[in-house]
Write a protein that binds this ligand. Structure first.
Ligand code: ACO
Length: 423
């Protein structure tokens, strides 16, 4: 069977045949037929906007790989910092590279005092931590001369290190401010997830780190580090394509993530479980979903039509965390929901399975994070993915400034009507 596609423009009878590679054919085929002919594709459902060698996702078979490595192996055997290096550099670090990378990240975790004292203190006392986080990312870029030197490789690398190192500090700072608690400075002698947990929860000098929670945080960071061309990553690439600095681009990506259809679903799961209240109410709730009265949050995915491989790992992590924190009382409701839904033809026929958000909120809640922090917890590791895509974009000679076309459906030209003649 020929791996080509032939398109005929019936208006002119002109034909073009182009290769299909990896399930994709170039839109330049259409341009060659007629440069003023465009493809209408709202939400880019059928459009590949770039070539990428970072993350492979097969939704039909529940496969997720970073740079070729299965997510299951990375979650079990690696650390977030190793994964961040892998995403950015394309290869797992050797011991020397990992030592240098860890040192660099660890020694860039502090933020300028003005960020904390002047910038954050300007927020209203009940500001949403994610709104603060988004603004803080953009503000951070104003502190660095080299932020805009995106053509200079050394400068780019410095900004990458800064962003990955400082997002946990900013996240913890936003939480401490919204909780009315004093800011905790970063510690250089503990791991990346441990440092974040310490900045979140330390009271005075007191914080007893539990290794199970440290590992769980790291696994959650690994699972959320990248997910190819989702809404936030696309925002990073679109803004980055104008040669904006990486801080502004990451702020745009974080803004996209802030939306409840993207990074906010785990918060919605916890709210839904609270509303259901007890396992006796599960059948009635499932029936209401089937009657079209709402969605089963944490189920279904645009790409995964089998299972979300991250959900399986997260479910196991949830049990590990509950051993330490005690069981989240919402777990029984979640398990019952999953059991009922996975046997119900409504969900089975529509290929609706638990997604990454179904259990992550329960873990975050058991670890003490308020629901408002859930999206911020997602943004910390996703920063590594955003930056990997930003670097890939800048190195890609086929890319230009993002500029989709539109299908104009407004009025034809008409003459201005003076105010006195308007009814
Ligand atoms: N509960 C009940 N029914 C659902 C659900 C759900 N969670 N998800 C999809 N459906 C149904 C739809 O009603 C539709 O049924 P129909 O064919 O009878 O009309 C069918 O399944 C297909 O649904 P679409 O909306 O077309 O699927 P789409 O791929 O556009 O949506 C989405 C994917 C947004 C994730 C959806 O499944 C959803 O809303 N899930 C709940 C929210 C959620 O958990 N989001 C997190 C996703 S993971 C992430 O972003 C990190």
């Amino acid at each position: 069977m020929a791996e080509t596609i032939t398109i005929t423009d019936d208006r002119t009878g002109q034909t073009v045949t182009v290769p299909i590679e990896g399930g994709v054919f170039p839109a330049s085929a259409i341009r060659s037929l007629d440069p003023s002919l465009f493809v209408y594709d709202p939400a880019y459902m059928q459009t590949a906007s770039c070539k990428s060698a970072i993350t492979y996702l097969d939704g039909e078979n529940g496969i997720l790989r970073y740079r070729g490595y299965p997510i299951e192996q990375l979650a079990e055997k690696s650390t977030f910092l190793e994964v961040a290096y892998l995403l950015l550099e394309g290869e797992l670090p050797n011991p020397d590279q990992l030592a240098t990378w860890t040192h660099d990240i660890t020694h860039h975790t502090f933020i300028h005092e003005n960020m904390r004292k002047r910038f954050v203190d300007g927020f209203h006392y009940d500001a949403h931590p994610m709104g603060m986080f988004v603004s803080a990312l953009a503000a951070l870029g104003t502190f660095y001369d080299g932020a805009k030197d995106i053509d200079d490789e050394e400068s780019r690398q410095r900004q990458v290190v800064r962003l990955i190192a400082k997002t946990p500090t900013i996240a913890a700072m936003c939480y401490r401010f919204s909780a009315g608690l004093p800011f905790n400075y970063p510690s250089n002698d503990i791991s990346f997830p441990a440092n974040f947990l310490s900045m979140m929860w330390k009271i005075g000098d007191e914080y007893e780190l539990n290794p199970v929670l440290e590992k769980a945080m790291d696994v959650l960071f690994i699972l959320h580090a990248d997910h190819e061309q989702n809404c936030g990553t696309t925002a990073m690439r679109v803004v980055g394509s104008s040669n904006a600095d990486p801080y502004s681009s990451a702020a745009a990506a974080a803004s996209a993530l802030y939306g409840p259809l993207h990074g906010g679903a785990n918060e919605a799961v916890v709210r839904m479980l609270n509303d259901i209240g007890s396992i006796e109410n599960v059948p009635a709730f499932i029936q209401s979903v089937k009657d079209g009265e709402g969605r089963l949050m944490g189920f279904g995915h645009r790409v995964y039509k089998n299972y979300d491989p991250r959900a399986k790992i997260i479910k196991q992590t949830a049990y590990d965390v509950f051993e330490v924190t005690g069981k989240n009382p919402l777990l029984d409701i979640a398990l019952k929901l999953e059991e009922v839904a996975l046997q119900d033809p409504y969900f089975v026929d529509r290929k609706l399975y638990p997604n990454v958000d179904f259990y992550s909120g329960l873990i975050y809640q058991a670890m003490g994070f308020p629901v408002e922090m859930f999206t911020v917890l997602f943004a910390i590791p996703r920063t590594a993915g955003w930056l990997a895509h930003w670097q890939e974009l800048l190195a890609d000679k086929e890319q230009k400034i993002s500029r989709p076309r539109q299908w104009y459906v407004g009025p034809e030209t008409r003459d201005y009507v003076p105010m006195s003649s308007r009814s």
